[in-house]
Design a protein around this ligand. Structure first.
Ligand code: NAP
Length: 252
């Protein structure tokens, strides 16, 4: 299937490693032009995709990065709000600031990235945005701030699909299950707690292994592409039927 992504211009937040980088590389392989952003300049320089340094939790830096990507690429067709993470643990062992930080790097950054991209999309006659949420966004997990922020991302995609649809803009969420890749948290568990990891893979995944970067990226590209023109406001699970977040006990 030709996804028709050749010649498209894309911006990916948190795209210097992990899932964001996998999506960025897959877009490049389909002939798209891509700019990613991240905080660490060294990591950006080494990731192999053009990058702009920005902390997405600062709306000014994020807005400048979106505009800079559009300037470098001559416009913008696609945005992937991928940056994310969590600060603090459950409600009783985290601070209000940790909750604010967790919402800032997840749902709030996604909203601002898309807000800033809208005028660029409109100049092209429309656009497609994808928010990387999590399995924890649709089934609650142990870190309540992260769970709530990821749930907000799924709802944000659905609400923005309605708000921006009349402007020719599609917005979707993609919710990965636990993804295993070198340098990621699950690779750490695999290498440092091999028996626990093997049990996790066996018991939590019907096929016996975690999700791969390629599985997330391939689905992301389809949803971003015009071949998915009928898909907007959706939450696409890429969890290999994991169906519930990990208990969180596998990490230190
Ligand atoms: N890995 C999983 O199993 C999994 C499962 C479900 C959902 N997800 C979601 O998928 C997304 C990507 O996760 P990942 O595991 O690929 O993450 P990762 O490997 O930790 O990579 C995070 C990327 O985001 C950048 N980043 C982090 N904080 C940033 C900030 N404040 N401003 C700009 N860039 C920032 C990092 O670069 P710098 O550090 O240099 O800024 C890096 O490029 C997240 O939204 C996460 O919640 C992951």
């Amino acid at each position: 299937m030709d996804l028709g992504l050749g010649g498209k211009a894309a911006f990916v937040t948190g795209g210097s490693q992990g899932i964001g980088l996998a999506i960025a590389r897959a877009l490049v392989a389909e002939g798209a032009s891509v700019v990613v952003c991240g905080r660490d300049e060294g990591r950006l320089a080494q990731c192999g995709v053009p990058g702009v340094q920005a902390d997405v939790t600062d709306p000014e830096q994020l807005g400048r990065a979106v505009d800079e990507a559009a300037r470098r690429l001559g416009g913008l067709d696609l945005v992937v709000a991928n940056a994310g993470g969590s600060f603090g643990g459950g409600l009783l062992d985290s601070t209000p600031q940790e909750w604010a930080d967790t919402f800032a790097i997840n749902a709030l950054h996604a909203a601002h990235a898309i807000r800033t991209a809208v005028p660029h999309f409109e100049r092209r006659g429309g656009g497609s945005a994808l928010i990387i949420s999590s399995i924890t966004g649709w089934k609650p997990g142990p870190r309540s701030s992260y769970a709530a922020a990821k749930a907000a991302e799924i709802h944000l995609a659905a609400a923005l699909a309605q708000e921006l649809g009349p402007r020719g803009i599609r917005v979707n969420a993609l919710s990965p299950g636990s993804v295993e890749f070198e340098g990621g948290g699950w690779a750490w568990v695999r290498d440092n707690r091999p028996e626990d990891f093997a049990r996790f893979a066996r018991e939590d995944f019907p096929r016996g292994r975690l999700v791969t970067l390629d599985e997330v990226a391939d689905t992301a590209l389809f949803v971003l592409s015009s071949r998915a023109s009928g898909v907007s406001g959706a939450n696409i699970r890429v969890d290999a039927a994991q169906d519930h977040p990990s208990s969180g006990r596998l990490f230190p």
